[in-house]
Design a protein around this ligand. Structure first.
Ligand code: NDP
Ligand code: 8X3
Length: 247
């Protein structure tokens, strides 16, 4: 298969790239810090195509997809993985620029990729779109405000795509993980590694490999099977009670 992964430079994207290359697939890995992918491209010079790409830039996304080498053009699986959370401030204290970056990356970035790849998939009557949602798109928590809302968008977008694509062989899946130890919290806390590590202290979070394995299972189902949504979280994470403010 030819698998296009956004956010391939870290976390889930890096683990998926490694796994899929090892399994003999062709992988297009996109991200901004492509120096992090040099090792993989040396190891898999024939099967790995790197693109330096900011998914927020719709013109660059269009050009990057148009300019894919012939060998990598017929994308079988698009994995919209690039994304981030910035901060955990209450909405009334949050930074508008952070909100814009999350909306631009987690929503517009996903739309930019889908808009450029979906028509070709429909023409070939073949393809699979995997989006990275989150439990934060379903369950609210303090400070999750815009991040959670972007993931709720991705959840509903995935289901609505599935509705539009009825009558084609194109599959759509939303993956909704809970706590997973990657660079996610370091980004969220702007490089404060201590704060990021404390998120996972004393519990076993999911790993990037857990997510890669799950997505590997999703894409290897027979073509007549569409996994709509997968919600997964660590055994040591659960739901909280409703909060009550008392005087
Ligand atoms: P990481 O921070 O480890 O990886 C994020 C990836 O997204 C990086 O490769 C980064 O690449 C890329 N990225 C960010 N912004 C852009 C951009 N503008 N253009 C292109 N690439 C970009 O986090 P995870 O692997 O954990 O996160 C992957 C996805 O999973 C995200 O969508 C996240 O919201 C979601 N998720 C994560 C969970 C977790 O607990 N870790 C749980 C649920 C969902 P670069 O900076 O090089 O461009
Ligand atoms: C990331 C999971 O719970 O940290 O999407 O928001 S959570």
């Amino acid at each position: 298969m030819i698998i296009f992964i956004t956010g391939a430079t870290s976390g889930f994207g890096l683990s998926m790239s490694r796994r899929f290359l090892k399994n003999g697939h062709l992988v297009v890995g996109a991200g901004r810090r492509i120096d992090r992918l040099q090792e993989l491209s040396i190891e898999y010079p024939e099967n790995f195509h790197l693109i330096e790409l900011d998914v927020r830039d719709k013109n660059k996304v269009q050009v990057a997809i148009q300019d894919l080498p012939e060998k990598f053009k017929s994308i079988d699986v698009l994995i919209n993985n690039a994304g981030l959370a910035l901060g955990v401030d209450a909405a009334q204290n949050a930074n508008l620029n952070d909100w814009e970056v999350m909306v631009d990356t987690n929503i517009n970035g996903v739309l930019n990729c889908i808009h450029n790849l979906l028509p070709e998939m429909v023409k070939r009557n073949h393809g699979h779109i995997i989006n990275l949602g989150s439990v934060a798109g379903e369950f609210p928590y303090p400070g999750g405000n815009v991040y959670g809302a972007t993931k709720a968008f991705v959840h509903q977008l995935s289901l609505n795509l599935k509705a539009d694509l009825l009558g084609t062989n194109i599959r759509v899946t939303n993956i909704e993980p809970g706590m997973c130890q990657t660079e996610f919290s370091e980004v969220r806390f702007r490089g404060d590694k201590k704060k990021a590590d404390s998120v996972y202290k004393g519990m076993q979070a999911l790993s990037a490999d857990d997510i890669a394995e799950t997505i590997d299972w999703v894409i290897s189902r027979p073509v007549h099977v569409n996994i709509n949504v997968i919600s997964l979280m660590p055994t040591q994470q659960a739901f909280g009670p409703f909060a009550t403010f008392r005087k």
